[in-house]
Design a protein around this ligand. Sequence first.
Ligand SMILES: [Zn+2]
Ligand SMILES: [Zn+2]
Length: 305
Amino acid sequence: MTDPDRPTRSRAAATEQGSRRDRSRPPAPEPLPHPVVDNHCHLDIADGPDGAWVEVDAALAASAAVNVPRIVQIGCDLEGARWAVAAAERYDALVAGVALHPNEAPRLAAAGRLDEALDEIERLAGAHADVRAVGETGLDFLRTGPEGVDAQRESFARHIAIAKRLDKTLVIHDRDAHAAVLDVLDAEGAPDRWVMHCFSGDAAFARACLDRGAHLSFAGTVTFKNAEPLREALAVTPQDRVLVETDAPYLTPVPYRGRPNASYLVPLTMRVMAEVRGEDLGELCAAVDASTERAFGGSWGRTSG
Ligand SMILES: [Zn+2]
Ligand SMILES: [Zn+2]
């Protein structure tokens, strides 16, 4: 069985840009006035400069201390998906999403293993009630070139079918592929519940997704200086469709860009979101928390107090 006491991989090699860069963990921000869920996190990816890894217990304690007591753990390949299922079984605070990431699908297709891998994803998605989501799936035209597009589309369509068969929430990854993502969704038919993770479009694209029933999940990118169109998208999204995420260990919010991200940094993003929307922070947190439960098919892991 997969062991959630060990990471599945490290991001250090891929993101290290010279050893002088400050890669230390940012300090904890002021706690939120009301709990929210980090609805997209990769706890299995070690984020430290030397592959250092924060154990799940420590990560959950740090995030709970700032009022981020619950997390959706996303597994991006077969090993990560097995890890996510095992972690969700073990920790009340976690539920899981399982999928083959859009950048993973072309590799598996080239090796002739996409079909069997999708079968295993479907098995894992149905393995436990705490697997709430099929994702992240979708399209990534930034990291995968034209040669991988067919495999990405096929994998995305197959994940949509799995989500519908098993009544799971579909979590979509969209990198530089807005129109193509909607094309596939329209052709296959969106499931009842779907989330555009790390939403990266403008207000018009937000409306196109909302019209199709989406919840839009905003990450640390919404705090970035050059993200004005994204903030406009956030501003037009109804309160009951807004979610927040880290996508940790990636996409660390301002002022800690480039350092390791984790769920305990969600308050930095939530504060900017409340400011952009001109809403009370506590009220927005309560709305995001309720929306997250609706988006992921009901409550889980609420502890007293
Ligand atoms: Zn993603
Ligand atoms: Zn992700």
